[in-house]
Design a protein around this ligand. Structure first.
Ligand code: GDP
Length: 203
């Protein structure tokens, strides 16, 4: 299958999405607690190690980082949340920035929410799901680091989380994912291609 994300490149980072690239075309945002595996997933999807390094550069971790896939098509890396050490005012700022982005961004057509398969649906994850639901955004949950569990426990985590998800965002889809084994990579690409209107057939 053709990988449409191979030419993805960094456009800009900003804490305030109003200062982001023009709100036209389509984009998909990636959200998750810090350490959930967001950078690793972005590396797998794009086949580019440098991309996620940009998002991790000092000063950039609090920013909304915009990447261009091709003309008018973007991937957006939202700042990781859940740092225990972050002050209350920083948390408030984070919430305002992300909530504002999710509520107002016209070109945003879907959100991928990443959660460690061993610790799904923490408070902030539920908050993001609430925002996505309220904003009527398509949402796809990735249960990351699936390789850390054996097949049985991984499947049962998937079923349990899917059930809980029904109450939070009934339309959301969910899958297991591993950046290490690349399990779930193709399923994720299919979801993204569908949202972004990219060709999914053999090129
Ligand atoms: P981020 O903070 O959400 O961007 O998370 P990272 O992508 O930097 O990953 C955090 C840690 O989890 C790193 O040590 C990664 O090597 C590890 N990690 C990420 N994805 C996987 C995975 O699929 N399997 C395993 N076993 N570890 C992973």
């Amino acid at each position: 299958m053709k990988n449409h994300f191979q030419q993805t490149c960094f456009i800009m980072g900003t804490p305030d999405s109003r200062r982001g690239p023009p709100d036209s075309g389509v984009e998909v945002a990636f959200a998750g607690r810090s350490n959930a595996g967001k950078s690793s997933a972005l590396n797998v999807i794009t086949g580019q190690r440098a991309l996620a390094r940009i998002s991790k550069a000092p000063g950039r971790t609090r920013e909304i980082n915009f990447f261009e896939v091709s003309d008018g098509i973007r991937l957006v890396d939202l700042p990781g949340y859940g740092y225990a050490k972050v002050s209350k005012s920083m948390k408030g700022q984070w919430q305002r920035n992300i909530a504002h982005y999710l509520e107002t961004r016209q070109s945003l057509c879907g959100v991928v929410l990443l959660m460690d398969v061993r610790h799904p649906l923490k408070d902030y994850d539920q908050q993001v799901l609430n925002w996505c639901y309220a904003a009527e955004l398509q949402t796809h949950v990735l249960l990351t680091k699936a390789d850390k569990l054996k097949r049985g426990p991984a499947q049962s985590a998937l079923l349990q989380t899917r059930k809980k998800l029904q109450n939070l965002h009934p339309e959301a889809s969910i899958q297991l994912f591993s950046a290490h084994t690349r399990a779930g990579d193709e399923a994720l690409q299919q979801v993204l291609y569908g949202w972004l209107g990219l060709e999914t057939t053999e090129a």
